[in-house]
Ligand binder design. Structure first.
Ligand code: ADP
Length: 225
């Protein structure tokens, strides 16, 4: 089994808080890894380090840096007049974009393929403000897929979903792991451990990295979330 990303002795501190320290973790490629742990345990920080959005204060994050980051916080106004296709096309943009850029046929094809993979072709021309929470989450995953990222790093994509929408999301993730490495942080511990291949418990560090079943047993045995 290859590793997609490796954390070697990583520390990250915000101004007054040391969120993570002594993180040693290898994330297996082409598998689904669940990050669980208490609120404030450092799951989001770990995901942002993986995506290269944060730089460690100590240690090294190495491996694939082609990461599609899907945050629970959309990062823009939902009422912004943008269609699903336009949102997903943004995933194909080069950061060194020049003015008056026109999308190429290849970029449009990549966006349409990503929209199809997440099952949103029927709403591709619809404004994002008309989507349900579950559809919006899948549109954001499509944007990450359109970027051709090898790793999808999802920070609580199920936070505001009802149980049916969350189940649809998990089913989608299972189809994507055939060719992507998936890392998901979630508070829905039972549900994500059911679909995960590997599980990490994050509380100030990665305090254990186990099979999901073994972590479930430990949690039942009194490990505090
Ligand atoms: P989790 O995702 O497990 O809830 P986080 O990674 O969000 O945990 O937070 C880890 C710790 O870092 C917490 O103590 C949190 O308060 C702190 N923290 C997170 N983001 C910031 C920030 N932008 N500024 C200061 N402290 C932060």
């Amino acid at each position: 089994m290859n590793d997609a990303v490796t954390f070697d002795n990583v520390r990250y501190c915000y101004d007054n808080v040391c969120a993570l320290d002594d993180v040693r973790l290898s994330v297996p490629a082409h598998a689904l890894t669940a990050l669980v742990g208490p609120n404030g345990g450092g799951k989001s920080t770990l995901i942002r380090l993986m995506a290269g959005l944060l730089t460690p204060d100590a240690g090294v994050v190495s491996g694939c840096r082609s990461v599609g980051y899907v945050s629970q916080h959309i990062g823009f106004d939902n009422s912004f007049p943008l269609t699903v296709r336009e949102l997903v096309l943004m995933g194909t943009l080069d950061p060194k974009l020049r003015a008056y850029y026109r999308y190429t046929a290849e970029q449009k094809g990549a966006a349409d393929e990503a929209i199809c993979r997440v099952g949103l072709t029927h709403v591709a021309g619809r404004g994002i403000e008309q989507l349900s929470g579950g559809q919006r989450g899948r549109a954001l995953i499509a944007r990450a897929l359109a970027s051709k990222a090898d790793i999808l790093a999802l920070d609580e994509p199920d936070a505001s979903l009802d149980i049916d929408a969350a189940r649809e999301l998990y089913a989608l993730l299972l189809t994507l792991k055939t060719d992507k490495t998936i890392v998901i942080a979630s508070h829905h511990v039972g549900a994500v451990l059911d679909i995960a291949d590997y599980a990490a418990y994050v509380k100030g560090t990665v305090s254990c990295f186990l099979s999901p079943d073994r972590l479930k047993t430990k949690l039942k045995g009194g490990m505090v979330l």
